[in-house]
Ligand binder design. Structure first.
Ligand code: CA
Length: 229
């Protein structure tokens, strides 16, 4: 098991981070083992909401995305990532073999599509090619640090001052920015679903945005608010 390839990695000190989105435990763990054996650092999500949160916090260099997830379709994850302005390379890994599924994936911004059951060497080779293409397109330093122009989100004080958010609205806004559903927000904050939904609606109004995806963009400084890009 020494197909290890480290020659193209930009810096040996910084392992390439990957996000694996896969709800079938055995597949997820096998993938994680294979990828870690290749020197990648792997974060694992088994649900769409978790995947979106990790895509923000973990800042992966690539995402391996299953389509059949328990809470939302993998396509929705991809759609939301792109709506947030993320250009992270996405490799769909799915049992769906229909051409229409693949086309749908590419239309939504996938970079590659591998069908299950997959060959491990082929998957690793495709992933490697994907990362190489992505590195050529992005200067290495920017890639390692942060893909967005603003590396950090606005501070809590800045957010409260800028949008006039109450502490509770701020807490809700952060969860919305992570891609959580109203139900998940209700559970996280110990409120009813309806209270969570009301808060989330207030947050959209305060931030003057039309979608939940845009909340993340505002928080992480990638918004088109005020006319800047
Ligand atoms: Ca699945």
């Amino acid at each position: 098991m020494t197909e290890r390839r480290t020659t193209d990695r930009p810096s040996p000190a910084a392992p390439t981070r990957l996000l694996v989105v896969e709800d079938t435990r055995e597949i997820a763990e096998a993938l994680q083992d294979s990828l870690e054996a290749e020197g990648y650092e792997v974060a694992l999500a088994t649900k769409a909401a978790h995947a979106l949160a990790l895509a923000t916090s973990h800042r992966p260099s690539a995402v391996l995305l299953d389509l059949g997830l328990p809470d939302r379709d993998g396509y929705e994850v991809l759609r939301e990532l792109r709506a947030r302005g993320s250009e992270v390379p996405v490799l769909i890994l799915s049992a769906r073999r229909e051409e229409s599924d693949k086309l749908q994936g590419f239309r939504l911004g996938a970079d590659d599509y591998v069908t299950k059951p997959f060959s491990r060497p082929e998957l690793l080779a495709r992933l490697d090619a994907l990362l190489r293409r992505s590195r050529r397109a992005t200067p290495a330093a920017a890639q390692v640090a942060a893909p967005a122009p603003a590396p950090a989100r606005l501070s809590d004080d800045e957010l409260r001052a800028k949008f006039g958010l109450t502490p509770r609205q701020l807490a809700v806004a952060k969860l919305v920015a992570e891609g959580r559903t109203n139900q998940e927000i209700a559970e996280a904050l110990g409120t009813s679903f309806y209270t969570a939904r009301n808060h989330a609606e207030q947050v959209l109004r305060r931030l003057n945005v039309g979608s939940r995806a845009a909340v993340g963009a505002v928080f992480y400084g990638r918004a088109a608010e005020g006319g800047e890009s």
